[in-house]
Design a protein around this ligand. Structure first.
Ligand code: IPM
Ligand code: MG
Length: 359
């Protein structure tokens, strides 16, 4: 297979983990005879500094022309405490999602046996938790009509965001939810706030209409506040959950910590144009340049990329190599066991590449 990959390394630890992601992608491609070409492009704070735009037209063009985007992370503390900054790195991420039509964000929540002790939850609760959150990514409050803080006609400062959803937007994301549920344990939980929000009542109405078309899937509905609680009380309850943009943003952060594996979780965003594969963790500016960032979420994003193109053996080899590195205690400092040597970003990546080469 020929694959054109757009490489968006972004900010903070992004470039370091990306280097390892690309090395793994290349090693697997070579092993299986795939021809991969890469094109790097600017995004995030880095792109603001260079060209004044966190998602420049040139980057958009490179993404559009690629078969897949491998993305690392964006963000820089110099923008965080400045609410009046005109351009922010995060806008680049939002622009990318909107322009590439990435309406489905797939975030798996998986447990790794060797990291369960890192979970803030009791082992017995979290062991075996394995679900996917499907977050709608191009609608809702993120993109609805909004007004920045300003003084209104009554002399009061106000601001608002609109949580707008249309039927086609809801139908297409629920469809993705059902497709995933069918390939897994056939249980779909639709998370909403239909007791309060009109937009949620639209979601629930459409889901109730669609459910009979998927008689093999058990559909249930859960209010978002209850879902936040259930994820802690009984994470093994969930198989596939599907929800709107804002709820999904919040619940997936919760999901990423309950298994203790935040640094290991990849994600995929898919839609009408080029799909994007990225770790769910952020740009961790404090770790930048220190060769201590965990590259595994980036490397597992490469597994998701292969799997997207139905290259199952390739994806499996990446996962196998990652598991082998964990078993061999070749780990970055934050997940290393006591007394064992700590490995750097580069060393973990090199070990995994070597494992792949020797297979
Ligand atoms: C995420 C992030 C982004 C979001 C930010 C960085 C804009 O939190 O991908 O979950 O809110 O969607
Ligand atoms: Mg988030």
């Amino acid at each position: 297979m020929k694959l054109k990959i757009a490489v968006l390394a972004g900010d903070g630890i992004g470039p370091e983990i990306m280097q390892q992601g690309v090395a793994v992608l290349s090693a697997v491609a070579e092993k299986f005879g795939h021809e991969v070409t890469y094109k790097e492009a600017l995004c995030g704070a880095h792109a603001i500094d260079e060209v004044g735009d966190p998602f420049p037209e040139e980057t958009f063009r490179i993404c559009e022309e690629a078969d897949a985007v491998l993305f690392a992370s964006v963000g820089d503390p110099k923008f965080d405490n400045n609410p009046t900054a005109k351009v922010r790195p995060e806008q680049g991420l939002l622009a990318m999602r909107k322009k590439l039509g990435l309406y489905a964000n797939i975030r798996p929540v998986e447990t790794f046996e060797c990291l369960i002790h890192k979970s803030p939850l009791k082992d017995s609760l979290v062991r075996g938790a394995d679900f996917i959150c499907i977050r709608e990514l191009t609608g809702g409050m993120y993109f609805g009509q909004k007004q920045e803080p300003s003084v209104n006609a009554d002399g009061v400062e106000d601001a608002y965001d609109t949580n707008y959803y249309s039927r086609p937007e809801v139908e297409r994301i629920l469809k993705v939810g059902y497709q995933y549920a069918r390939q897994r344990r056939k249980h779909l939980t639709v998370v909403d706030k239909a007791n309060v929000l009109a937009s949620s009542r639209l979601w629930r109405k459409i889901a109730q209409e669609m459910a009979p078309q998927y008689p093999d899937v058990k559909t249930d509905f859960m209010y978002v506040d209850n879902a936040a609680m259930r994820m802690i009380q009984e994470p093994t309850f969930f198989d596939v959950m599907v929800t709107e943009n804002t709820f999904g943003d919040i619940l997936t952060d919760e999901g990423s910590v309950i298994t203790g594996s935040m640094g290991l979780l990849p994600s995929a965003s898919t839609g009408s144009s080029t799909p994007v594969f990225e770790p769910i963790h952020g740009s961790w500016p404090q770790g930048k340049g220190l060769n201590i960032a965990n590259p595994l979420a980036q490397i597992l994003s490469v597994a998701m990329l292969f799997e997207y193109f139905d290259l199952k053996k390739e994806g499996h080899l990446v996962r196998e190599a990652v598991n082998a590195s964990l078993d061999a205690n070749v780990r970055t400092p934050e997940i290393q066991v006591e007394g064992a040597p700590k490995y750097g970003t580069k060393e973990v990546g090199a070990w995994i590449v070597d494992y792949i080469n020797r297979k």
